[in-house]
Write a new protein. Sequence first.
Lengths: 303, 242
Amino acid sequence: MSGRRRLARWGALGPAELIPQARLSGPMPWVIAIMIALTVIAAAAGLALRNAAHTAKAELSGGITVQIVEPAAESRARQAEAAARRLAALPGVSGVRIVPPEELDRLVSPWLGPEASDADAVPVPALIDARVGGAVTPARLAELRRGLRDVAPSARVDAQSSWLAPVFGAIGSLQWLAVALIALLGVATSAAVLLAARTALGSNRETIEIVHLLGGTDAQIARIFQRSIGLDAAVGGATGLALGAAAILLLARQLAGLGAGLATGGSLGWLDWLVLALVPVAGVGVAMLTARLTVIRALRKML
Amino acid sequence: MTQGGAGEIVQFDNVGLRYGTDREVLTDVSFTLFPGSFYFLTGASGAGKTSLLKLLYLAQRPSRGMIRLFGTDAITLPRDRLPAFRRRLGVVFQDFRLVSHLSAFDNVALPLRVAGMPQKELEKPVSDMLDWVGLADRMHSRPATLSGGEQQRVAIARAVIGRPDLLVADEPTGNVDPDMALKLLRLFEALNRLGTTVVVATHDVHLLRKVPESLIMRLDKGKLADPTGALRYPPRREAPPT
């Protein structure tokens, strides 16, 4: 054989042969499994929050509420009727509905008690639900208020989405928190792989020196470690995905039992599950890249 | 000034080596090796034989002086070009340096696999080589289960399997019986006849007489004895046909 033979890839000598593998008996796959499981859960939480916000926004967009805040019951009812008629006549306004008093009583009774149905004891404003075409901007609201002023002077017009603005703000913050958690877990995974690669380099130093002296290149040696850690990451990633998915499904079942609008609106679609399935793939990629860079950097210190 | 230029396979010129801040273990070592030559490197323990071999097989850079290997300055050789040079070398380490979790077969096959030879192509030469060194029945054994002599033969088989241009052997017959020592020496000679330059470090004076056409390099306290200058300025030799 000529020594001038091109620098080629390893032949049949796989990484498992040159570097003894610990596989599941070692800590690396389990560390990666935990990291991936936590990342999957954080990503699922972020996606569910996004879905919940989208669902709520879709339900509330275009919705307005008109309150007739009038202590006199007769005047309140008259103004409500007039406002409903005026709203229905306005262009772009649809679905005008006076919320029945029984429904109002049911809504406020948890706070005010059964006496809430006594109109004289606690004057509850009359409510009108309506939908307007397009976005409910402050200008549009002002226009609606002007339109109602002469028939219902006690009317207060609000966009329904404004009630949930603080909730949407909190959801946005939680989504950023999920992104930050995912980034931190990515960094932690890289750090774990870096330590594992350094340990493997240390314990296989003798073999590496021999392969170097036989003409092995840095890239060949790095590829062996890269594959080895890639396999560990794949095993850990699959386990982590399974653990994470099980936790998500369990939580989803419990939230479904609540029957609350926001909770059910935050269910995951198939695209979301696809994104979650890509988490271990990304984990394997990060692990292999970290291993390669760590090993190449360490090898460059050797002759 | 050093003679030479084209043709020499190794050229050392006033090479010095020290580890850390200790005294020099090699001092002003100068010699030239031409293709197809056979050298014995002798000297007492601690004379610097292993250090000189380390410089030859590119495991160490000198502290000073000039080394040319295969016509290229080995001192300033970039790291990424070292593997291509190392693949032209065969090395028998004094401590064998076999990969402990690989079988004898896989250890011998290692240089071929590093060079990218497919499994199918390497099976026969590796088996033949192990057969030749008398280890056909131990090819699946791991080094820990082999005797010192058997490990040494695996190390030699690994060093010569790639038909190197330069074979460097550090006490290659130290752990084998006289018959096997002679057999291994014949292997080195056969390679030498095919054009491989051979450098064998040994204590065994009997071995020196077995290869009459060999040249002796004697190290004494890190200095190469060369009273006639024949090592530094050797007569040119025609490389044998390969």
